[in-house]
Design a binder for this molecule. Structure first.
Ligand SMILES: *Cc1c(COP(=O)(O)O)cnc(C)c1O
Length: 388
C-alpha cells in the first residue's frame, strides 16, 4: 500500500515515540507496573511516584496546582463529570431547575450530556455562534439567569478549529458569579493555555489529541474558589473522591510525557504549523469557489476547514485517496447528515457536504502540503467538468 498522508490530527494524533517508550516501561514485571494505590511495597510506591510526576508535568503545562488535576479516561468523561457533577451539586444545594449555558457547536460529549440532563430537569441554553464560528461573549452574558449553575464553552472547535475568547467569556461568568467549564481537548498541548490567566473553574483534557495515548484524559478543578462537583464514578475514593478507579499508570505516564514534550516544543510548533497552514491556504486561493469555514486567523495553528462549491463531497473525498482527511467531524461522518457545526454557521447543506477538514500536526511537512495543493488543483476542475 502506498503511503497515505495523515491530515486528520484534530481527530487523533499518533503517539510520540518518546511517549510510547515511557509507557512501555510501565507494564511488565521489570517495569513500573504496580498499583499506585498499594501503600505497603515499593512496586506501589514507584507507580505512585510515576503518576505524581506525570501529574506535575500536566499541571505545569496548564499552570495548575498538582491538587487541581484528576485523571479520567478522556475528555468525554471529563465533560460528563463537569456537567453532571455540577448539575447534581446544584440540585443538592437547592437549585430546583439548574440552568446550563453552552453553545450549539460543542463536541457531542457536551451536547449529549446536556440532552440527558434536560431529561433530569435541567434547563439548557444552546448559544448560536457567529458566522465565523465564534461564541460571542455578549451572547453568553445575555443568556445567564439567576438559576444558571454552569457555563460550558469549548476553547477550540474540533471541526473548524476556531478559538473562542475564553478570557472574555470567563470574565463575564466571574462578574455574574457563575462557574465556567471549558472543553480544551483541542487546545491543551497545542497552544498556550494558562488556567489562572484565563480564570477558569473547570477544564477537560485529552491525551490523544496531543501525541499521547487514547483512553486517558484529565479534569482540572480550581481549588479556590472551588465549584462543587459531585463524583460520577464511585468505588475506592481515588483522586480525592472525585473519580474512582485504579489509576492506569502507563496511560498516565504517557499523558505526562506528552505534556512535557508539548510544553518544550509549543512555541516553535505553533509558529511552524501556522506558517504551514497559511502556505496551504494561500496555495489554494486560485481555485474558484473555495471558502474557509470559521474565522480566518483566530484558529488552531494546523487546522483548516474548506468548502468547495459545485462538487459532490463524497466524490471529492474519493478523489483524494492519498490523504487521510475528513468531511465534517469524525464523530458525525458515520451518518450522512451534514455537519451540525457547519450548519450552525449558516452553511447551506450542499456546501456543508462538500467541506473538507484538513488538519496538520507534528509530523506534517511542506511536501505533504504541496502534494495536497497539487492534487486539489487537478481534482476540483475535473469533478466540475464531469458534473457539468
Ligand atoms: C476529542 C474531543 C473530545 C473527546 O475526547 P476523548 O478523550 O476522545 O473522549 C471532546 N471534546 C473535544 C473538543 C474533542 O476534540
Amino acid at each position: 500500500m502506498s503511503r497515505v498522508v495523515y491530515f486528520d490530527y484534530l481527530s487523533s494524533t499518533p503517539v510520540d515515540p518518546r511517549v510510547a517508550e515511557a509507557m512501555s516501561q510501565c507494564l511488565t514485571l521489570e517495569g513500573t507496573f504496580g498499583n499506585p494505590a498499594s501503600r505497603s511495597h515499593r512496586y506501589g510506591w514507584e507507580a505512585e511516584m510515576a503518576v505524581e510526576t506525570a501529574r506535575q508535568q500536566l499541571a505545569s503545562l496548564i499552570n495548575a496546582d498538582l491538587r487541581e488535576v484528576a485523571w479520567t479516561s478522556g475528555a468525554t468523561e471529563s465533560d460528563n463529570l463537569a456537567l453532571k457533577g455540577v448539575f447534581a451539586a446544584a440540585r443538592e444545594a437547592g437549585n430546583a431547575t439548574p440552568h446550563i449555558v453552552t453553545s450549539a457547536i460543542e463536541h457531542k460529549a457536551i451536547l449529549d450530556s446536556c440532552r440527558y440532563l434536560e431529561t433530569q430537569g435541567a434547563a439548557v441554553t444552546y448559544l448560536h455562534p457567529s458566522e465565523d464560528g465564534l461564541v460571542q461573549p455578549e451572547v453568553v452574558r445575555d443568556a445567564i439567569q439567576g438559576n444558571t449553575c454552569l457555563v460550558s464553552v469549548m476553547h477550540a472547535n474540533n471541526e473548524i478549529g476556531t478559538i473562542n475568547d475564553i478570557a472574555e467569556i470567563a470574565a463575564i461568568c466571574r462578574s455574574a458569579g457563575v462557574p465556567i467549564h471549558v472543553d480544551a481537548a483541542q487546545t491543551v498541548g497545542k497552544i498556550p493555555l494558562d488556567v489562572k490567566a484565563l480564570d477558569i473553574d473547570l477544564l477537560s483534557m485529552s491525551a490523544h489529541k496531543f501525541y499521547g495515548p487514547k483512553g486517558i484524559g484529565a479534569f482540572y478543578q480550581r481549588r479556590s474558589p472551588k465549584v462543587a462537583v459531585n463524583a460520577q464514578m464511585h468505588g475506592g475514593g481515588h483522586e480525592r473522591g472525585l473519580r474512582a478507579g485504579t489509576l492506569a499508570t502507563h496511560q498516565i505516564v504517557g499523558m505526562g510525557c506528552a505534556a512535557a514534550i508539548a510544553q518544550e516544543s509549543l512555541s516553535t510548533e505553533v509558529q511552524r504549523l501556522t506558517a504551514l497552514r497559511e502556505a496551504l491556504w494561500s496555495s489554494l486561493s486560485d481555485i474558484e469557489g473555495l471558502t474557509m469555514n470559521g474565522h480566518l486567523t483566530q484558529r488552531l495553528p494546523g487546522a483548516l476547514n474548506i468548502s468547495v462549491s459545485d462538487v459532490e463531497g463524497e466524490a471529492l473525498l474519493l478523489s483524494l485517496p492519498e490523504f487521510a482527511i475528513s468531511t465534517g467531524s469524525a464523530c458525525t461522518s458515520a451518518s450522512l447528515e451534514p455537519s451540525y457545526v457547519l450548519r450552525a454557521l449558516g452553511l447551506p447543506d450542499a456546501l456543508a457536504h462538500s467541506s473538507l477538514r484538513v488538519s496538520l500536526g507534528r509530523f506534517s511537512d511542506e511536501n505533504d502540503v504541496r502534494l495536497f495543493s497539487e492534487r486539489l488543483h487537478e481534482v476540483v476542475p475535473r469533478l466540475r467538468r464531469s458534473a457539468a
